[in-house]
Design a protein around this ligand. Structure first.
Ligand code: AMP
Ligand code: ZN
Length: 668
């Protein structure tokens, strides 16, 4: 009987591993997301019911949940070196000469690989299983980030084939451009500053304390080097092919070259083709192919003699800055924009570049009529990286940042810790008013068909709407006489507004445009508080007790809720029949077994990640709070529960229960 279950668990684990591999490494899914989720859920259930078959490398552990406060520093078994750089064909020819002299032979072949631009990582495998992942650090020792690395789905936790008992494999953790841009779109939508570039974001992700957060980032890992005492292959190229066979993601852009001219062809080819890659590369790494020759060449104090990086020239152009204009966002944030003399850069014509904020302008000391250097990386908008001071006109004056809103002339403010200036005239600044309504009607919010950004401006300019509640009072007869409107389009607008009353609460909440409440945060808040009334009555403590809701978001929600104008608008929306609470249908998967009891969760759990446990409590009608008080009903204790929490719970006579006790409560 028990054997049957163990086999079932193992079979599911194997199947899921294969699907992960097909999807994340080969980019070729053979199962729908839905079916994958079903299998994963089935495995999760079996593992919860049969904790004796726990396995840290099970595919169920990919979602993260482990929290690391301080990453442990560990020594590398084998030092992680840097790479020597080269910038020209001459540099490469010099390198070739040195190698051939050193080896006393002309018989050398090379492999060319792309240089992946991210954060280096060292993965250790024993008996076919991932046992640790350590950052490069200073090359001698790095940080153990295994819990975070396990969430990256293209990294095999268990190998397809056992290669040697014990080996290390090195690669680069990268953030592909598409995922990076999507993350930034979400940040911009939530009123947050976008991340600067994929590379820093990738390396920053490795140091996040909550691995569940890492799991949400679309990170990837590209492998380029195996370190093993049992070198069973003769060339670097073959070890990489072998690694690919074990389930690692080794990019296909690798070639064996027998001359430096062939190396140069590879470089020239990829200098153009790299713009089509899904990730960033800043050059090519050329390595001596024979492992015996690599051994013979050895290392300098800093880098292997058998490898050299060739750096592509950065895409940089100079052009004249004609004007700095200032944009007002829907939340009032001001962004300075450089208007440039059009210039050709990385295949597109660039006319504008972001200047981010006042500090950036001051740091670069950019002035009107300056000749500036413009670069294009993975970002959507190009950036100005410097000024050509030799070309500065004699009478040039430093840029003075605006003090008043370019739209409504209100004096701008800048809160401590904020990078940007804000226009505080939330309800009187035309751009903010129309921006908020445009956000409200957008696809991911109320999705009002027939109504576009321009129409919103038109309606506002005609004095027909001042806020999003006014939309629901619009009459066909008011719209028809407007420019470019006719009976049909007016009907469509009214119908679209009517239909938006069916839109779910989480989307409505997102549409309200509360600063820092983006799509994901809105979902969290909707799920937790269930209605706008609960949300608007929540205290600071109740808000921050919600998973992933921090001080900034909590304060923003509080200030929204305290504002009389908002209270009135929300009342009106209710009156029109807009969904301001979660519908009965979305509650179907939940129970009320825990009926409002409040729980504190502490320590590390075997069957649940902390986030899963919190979610389970909420799904069953309980409340999760951050700290123990007289009002707490239960403390669920895992391994390593904090001693101060235990003392406090004991002194307040609050029952401390185990994970198993909890399962009994909800499986009644
Ligand atoms: P640098 O940081 O400029 O000294 O470059 C060395 C780093 O390049 C290494 O630590 C690796 O993390 C990284 N790298 C990226 N792609 C490759 C590759 N194909 N082969 C070797 N190293 C690579
Ligand atoms: Zn303004």
């Amino acid at each position: 009987m028990t054997l049957g279950i163990e086999q079932k668990i193992n079979k599911l684990r194997e199947e899921l591993r294969l699907h992960n591999y097909n999807y994340y490494v080969l980019d070729n899914a053979t199962i729908t997301d839905y079916d994958f989720d079903l299998k994963l859920k089935e495995l999760e259930k079996l593992e919860v019911e049969n904790p004796q078959f726990f396995d840290a490398n099970s595919p169920t552990h990919r979602v993260g949940g482990e929290v690391t406060k301080n990453f442990k520093t560990v020594a590398h078994k084998n030092r992680m070196y840097s790479l020597a750089n080269s910038y020209s064909k001459d540099d490469l020819l010099d390198w070739e000469k040195r190698i051939k002299k050193n080896l006393e032979t002309e018989d050398v072949t090379y492999t060319c690989e792309l240089k992946y631009d991210g954060a280096s990582i060292n993965l250790s495998y024993e008996n076919g299983k991932l046992i640790s992942a350590v950052t490069r650090g200073d090359g001698f020792e790095g940080d153990n980030v295994t819990a975070n690395i396990k969430t990256i789905k293209s990294i095999p936790l268990v190998l397809k084939d056992n290669f040697v008992d014990d080996f290390e494999i090195r690669g680069e953790i990268i953030l592909p451009l598409e995922g990076f841009n999507k993350m930034n779109e979400e940040r911009i939508e939530a009123g947050e500053d976008p991340y600067k570039n994929p590379r820093n974001t990738a390396s920053g992700s490795l140091k996040l304390q909550d691995s569940a957060e890492v799991a949400k980032r679309p990170l990837d890992c590209l492998l380029y080097h195996i370190v093993s005492t049992k070198n069973i292959k003769s060339t670097h190229f073959k070890t990489l092919e072998n690694a690919r066979g074990l389930g690692f993601k080794v990019p296909k852009a690798i070639e064996v070259c027998s001359t430096i001219d062939e190396v140069f062809n590879f470089i020239e080819k990829w200098d153009i083709k790299r713009h089509q890659l899904p990730y960033e590369t800043d050059g090519v790494v050329v390595k001596v192919n024979s492992l015996a020759q690599q051994d013979e060449l050895g290392y300098t104090a800093k880098s292997p003699r058998w490898a050299i990086a060739y750096k592509f020239k950065t895409e940089q152009e100079s052009t004249v800055l004609k004007e700095i204009t200032y944009q007002v966002g829907r939340t009032g944030a001001i962004t300075p924009v450089a208007n440039l003399e059009p210039v050709q850069l990385a295949g597109t014509i660039v006319k504008r570049a972001s200047l981010h904020n006042a500090d950036q302008i001051e740091k670069l000391d950019v002035r009107i009529n300056d000749t500036v250097f413009v670069e294009k990386g993975g970002e959507i908008i190009p950036k100005i990286v410097g000024v050509d001071l030799t070309a500065r006109p004699i009478n040039s004056l430093p840029t003075v940042y605006i003090t008043n809103c370019p739209d409504c002339d209100t004096i701008l403010i800048r809160n401590e810790g904020d990078a940007k200036h804000y226009c505080p005239n939330e309800y009187g600044c035309p751009t903010q008013i129309t921006g908020r309504i445009q956000h409200f009607i957008s696809r991911k919010a109320m999705n009002i068909d027939g109504l576009g950004a321009e129409t919103v401006e038109l309606l506002f300019n005609q004095g027909l709407i001042h806020n999003y509640a006014d939309l629901f009072e619009l009459k066909e007869a008011q719209i028809i006489p407007l420019e470019r409107m006719a009976e049909k389009s007016a009907q469509n607008i009214i119908l679209g507004i009517e239909n938006s009353k069916q839109i779910s609460f989480e989307k409505v909440l997102f549409g309200l445009g509360i600063r820092f409440v983006g799509e994901t945060v809105a979902k969290k808040l909707a799920k937790h508080f269930k209605s706008i009334d609960n949300l608007m009555q929540a205290t600071f403590e109740e808000l921050i007790a919600v998973d992933e809701i921090g001080d900034r978001i909590a304060e923003s929600v509080l200030s929204f809720s305290a504002n009389l104008i908002n209270i009135q608008i929300i009342d009106r929306l209710k009156g029109y029949g807009v969904q301001l609470e979660v519908s009965a249908k979305s509650l179907e998967n939940t129970t009320q077994l825990l009926n409002g009891s409040s729980f504190v969760v502490s320590g590390v759990f075997l069957l649940f990640s902390r986030n899963e446990l919190k979610k389970s409590i909420e799904d069953n009608g309980g409340k999760v709070v951050g700290s123990i008080s007289k009002k707490t009903n239960y403390v669920i204790a895992g391994d390593n529960m904090g001693p101060s929490k235990r003392t406090k719970a004991e002194s307040l006579l609050i029952p401390i229960i185990s994970e198993a006790d909890y399962l009994k409560m909800i499986n009644n």
